[in-house]
Design a protein around this ligand. Structure first.
Ligand SMILES: NC(=O)c1ccc[n+]([C@@H]2O[C@H](COP(=O)([O-])OP(=O)(O)OC[C@H]3O[C@@H](n4cnc5c(N)ncnc54)[C@H](OP(=O)(O)O)[C@@H]3O)[C@@H](O)[C@H]2O)c1
Length: 281
């Protein structure tokens, strides 16, 4: 299975998204927990969650899923709201997340999106909880290249380890300057919503993509996921609560593309040739 160096560790090249899990009835949540456990048992060792997801319900479900796994063998990323981005509120949010997750540290803690709190204050808060050993690293989400540059200019801003943004075949604006910037500064890139989010609402797929998938003998979903991780430099975090979908997503990890196939996909969804406004969901 393809791997990636992520957060200074060797990791699976896909992680498990958790948005909208844990919000249904007991049986639905149990099924979602079983999928997370299946993933951990099959080499997927990154879980992406947030205090926002179901107002803590996703973190609670993750907490139940990880209970009997060796904590050192997988990574948990969680995120705090921009209106919890002061040092005091970061610590408070973090402690609540840790409690829901049933763990004593996060592998990374991200500012979910930019808000009103000055970045210098947020970074100071994150550095403080890192010093306490409550998080191993910190990062941001939904940051553009300009945001990343601004962040790098505040004290300790250069310690940012991760930026997590929307990335899929139909939303590839980050390729223009953000991915090269993060590579140059050794900041890991997490690409969210490889399938255009829930019910694929944010994906406008053209028919030709189906033809490429069919010619490779893979599903369109497998093509979409394999495409996101094709460079070996992006960690993609699909969410699935359906066992068949989940297994099919795992199979996508080892799908490769020929140069001709990539060129064909580029002709359907061209690489950005100028800076585009950052897209987000
Ligand atoms: N940082 C941020 O601001 C941010 C924003 C959005 C998302 N995220 C993170 O990224 C994760 C993934 O993004 P997402 O949840 O928005 O959506 P996504 O992973 O792009 O798509 C999820 C949707 O695709 C379906 N699906 C998954 N695999 C499939 C398959 N093989 N065949 C058919 N359908 C399939 C899922 O249904 P089933 O469950 O039925 O399979 C679900 O409806 C989130 O869960 C969250 O952790 C972060």
């Amino acid at each position: 299975m393809k791997t990636i160096t992520f957060n200074n560790r060797e990791s699976s090249i896909i992680g498990m998204g958790t948005w909208r899990i844990g919000e249904g009835d007991l049986l639905k949540t149990q099924k979602e927990i079983e999928i997370l456990k299946y993933g951990l048992n099959h080499g997927i060792n990154v879980i992406d969650t947030a205090e926002m997801y179901g107002n803590g319900k996703a973190e609670k479900a993750v907490g139940r899923a990880i209970k009997n796994f060796d904590r050192e063998k997988f990574q948990i990323i969680s995120k705090f709201y921009p209106y919890h981005a002061t040092p005091e509120l970061i610590k408070e949010s973090l402690e609540k997340s840790l409690k829901r997750l049933g763990t004593d540290y996060l592998d990374s803690y991200l500012l979910h999106w930019r808000g009103q709190t000055p970045l210098a204050e947020t970074v100071a808060g994150l550095e403080a909880v890192k010093k306490e050993g409550l998080i191993r690293s910190w990062g941001v989400s939904n940051f553009s290249t300009d945001d990343m540059k601004e962040l790098a200019a505040v004290p300790n801003g250069e310690n940012c380890q991760i930026n997590e943004d929307l990335y899929n075949l139909t939303s590839r604006g980050v390729e223009f300057s953000l991915l090269p910037y993060q590579k140059e500064h050794n900041i890991d890139f997490v690409g969210y919503s490889p399938f255009g989010s829930d019910n694929n609402d944010f994906l406008n797929l053209k028919d030709e993509v189906g033809d490429v998938a069919a010619s490779k003998g893979i599903s369109i979903f497998q093509l979409l996921l394999a495409w996101c991780i094709r460079s070996g430099e992006v960690l993609s975090i699909p969410k699935s609560s359906n066992p068949d979908h989940f297994v099919s997503n795992l199979q996508a990890i080892d799908v490769d593309f020929t140069a001709d196939e990539l060129e064909l996909l580029d002709s359907i969804y061209p690489k950005p040739d100028h800076e585009e406004p950052l897209e987000s969901i």
